[in-house]
Design a protein around this ligand. Structure first.
Ligand code: NOJ
Length: 574
């Protein structure tokens, strides 16, 4: 029985992207090389040694293509040009070379559900240029009982309001599931798919190492574009998420283009379930992995994104178990707390006031020891926190600004202060405040005026201070990244949740038996600001405490008393 579970090295199904730790760079907010207040490619090149020193393997770069920046680059006007404030194609090529020189890889963002309305394709489409007439999703509107024009259906934009905008030039409505400036491409059109495939190939030929694919499960819309359930989380989504042609579009992309390159692909997939994840990114699926959002909704009140709700550890564990177990035999997990769309994790799931270092390192332990590929967002490794958004003028995020207006209207109030708590908590601007490099002006991000406010806590929380401090969040992340890359068990090992129902402690093992022997790791995470003593149901002869966010002697894991937000990583020996 035991021997049948022992894998030989060849049976591990090794892939470089499973063994990698990914670091996400949001260029606008990372480092400004030319003093105009906006981060850029030269700024990234200047800071690349910092990223390499952290020990990560892959950089995922948010969009750097030409764009009017209505949604900070997720509105692309030219897929083959670099946005001028970020630099030139020569700068981008220098970045790719510098990344490769440091033995890291570069993954680009692929945004092909929509373009900018400034894209040449859209400009031609609205003029009914025959070659582009069908590049987007155009419909005549309806009229209501009073003869007033209304959009073709009740679908909503993720950023608020109707998903349809009337275009005077063409005299029709176009679909935009995000901002009005982001019209959805019509993937039913063969020419659209071919143009997109060519663009992808063009970038792959430049030597990149993969793509993060923006809202990629939204490409296929149900024929006839029927009305959606107005009570659902996102009206219309049952007709445009995981639509009928999704598998065929992505399989065609994989067969025609992706499979010719040794690259990683990760799909961003709203409302993703384990079952669909296996279809998209199981062994036979077209992609390597996918981002789901289930844990990012734990702090929604009653399913509403623009709210601040309580969350509980048992709920989080239910989600983790579902994904760890569900993709154990087929598929591969992504592990993340943060990205450019999410508030800072320490402000959401930790305690930024009293236990910032402890809770930030606890959250780091979580993403670096579960089974899957960890994604770390810039500044997460410093324990950066949410900022205060005292006035509406300080906000930059189109999503937050639209929703702030909507909330004011819905609540019948006109003071921003009345919606400040929820908007300030949820705005994506929290992730987009400049990277905190040091305690000099503007956190060392820019010599100019930053495009968005700098979090004033940069004087205490910054990279320079943390790099020389062994106890810092940064140093802890660095050690744990190293541990993960040294131990196959942390990549490939099986996952077992030891205390699924426990209210405040998450304890799990990872174990791997190969013909080289058995490796076993025990992770204990205390998600609370009190103390807790636990008795763990785990058998072993000997244990070594490898990492802990408190100064501990090598303690035995059998009966442990955990301090606030304590995280422990043990190696167990039979
Ligand atoms: C998801 C991206 O992560 C987000 O930043 C963007 O606004 C939307 N997709 C639309 O592209």
């Amino acid at each position: 029985m035991m021997s049948s579970q022992i894998l030989s090295d060849g049976e591990l199904d090794r892939e470089w992207w499973k063994e990698a730790v990914v670091y996400q760079i949001y260029p606008r907010s990372f480092s400004d090389g030319d003093g105009d207040g906006v981060g850029d490619l030269q700024g990234i090149i200047d800071r690349l040694d910092y990223v390499a020193d952290l020990g990560v393997d892959v950089i995922w770069l948010n969009p750097v293509y030409d764009s009017p920046q209505e949604d900070n680059g997720y509105d692309i006007s030219d897929y083959r040009t670099i946005y001028h404030e970020f630099g030139t194609m020569a700068d981008w090529e220098a970045l790719l070379e510098a990344v490769h020189d440091r033995d890291m890889r570069l993954v680009m963002d692929l945004v092909v559900n929509h373009t900018s309305d400034q894209h040449e394709w859209f400009q031609k489409s609205r003029q009914r240029d025959p070659a582009y007439e069908d590049y987007y999703i155009w419909r005549e509107g309806d009229t209501d009982e009073d003869g007033e024009p209304v959009p073709p259906n009740n679908w909503e934009s993720f950023f608020g309001g109707s998903a349809w905008e009337y275009d005077e030039v063409r005299g029709e409505y176009y679909l935009h599931l995000y901002d009005t400036s982001q019209p959805d491409l019509n993937w039913r059109n063969d020419a659209v798919r071919q143009d997109v495939f060519d663009t992808i190939e063009w970038w792959l030929e430049k030597g990149i190492d993969g793509f993060r694919m923006d809202v990629i499960n939204l490409l296929s819309k149900v024929e006839g574009l029927p009305d959606g359930d107005p009570d659902s989380e996102w009206t219309g989504s049952e007709h445009f998420i995981d639509g009928p042609e999704m598998q065929s579009y992505l399989t065609a992309l994989d067969e025609a283009v992706l499979s010719n390159y040794d690259v990683m692909t990760v799909g961003e997939m709203p409302q993703l379930t384990v079952e669909s994840a296996r279809e998209y990114a199981g062994t036979d699926g077209p992609l390597d992995m996918a981002f789901h959002f289930q844990h990012t909704k734990l702090d929604y009140d009653d399913g509403e994104r623009w709210s601040v709700g309580d969350w509980s550890l048992p709920e989080l564990k239910t989600i983790v178990d579902r994904w760890q177990d569900g993709l154990a035999a087929d598929g591969w997990n992504t592990l993340y707390w943060e990205n450019h769309d999410q508030p800072r994790s320490v402000s959401r799931y930790g305690d930024p006031e009293n236990y910032r270092r402890e809770s930030a390192t606890l959250l780091g332990t979580f993403v670096l020891t579960l089974r899957g590929t960890p994604y770390i967002y810039q500044g997460q490794e410093l324990g950066m926190t949410n900022a205060d958004w005292e006035t509406m003028d300080a906000l930059r995020d189109v999503d937050a600004i639209n929703h702030a207006r909507e909330l004011l209207e819905r609540n019948g109030v006109d003071e921003y202060d009345d919606v400040r708590e929820v908007v300030g908590y949820r705005t994506r601007d929290n992730a987009r405040t400049p990277m905190q490099w040091d305690d000099s002006r503007n956190a060392g991000f820019t010599d100019g005026d930053p495009w968005i406010k700098v979090n004033p806590n940069y004087r205490e929380i910054n990279a320079t201070a943390q790099r020389t401090d062994e106890e810092s969040v940064y140093s802890y992340y660095r050690r744990l990244i190293q541990l993960r890359s040294d131990r196959d068990v942390l990549v490939y090992g099986d996952y077992t949740d030891l205390l699924p129902g426990h209210e405040t402690v998450f304890a799990f093992t990872r174990s791997l038996s190969t013909d080289a022997g058995t490796e076993r790791v025990l992770v204990v995470l205390h998600f609370d600001d009190g103390t807790e003593t636990i008795d763990l149901p785990v058998e072993y002869a000997d244990a070594t405490l490898r990492e802990c966010n408190y100064d501990r002697d090598d303690t035995d894991p059998e009966m442990v008393t955990l301090a606030p937000y304590e995280a422990r990583v043990y190696e167990l020996f039979d």
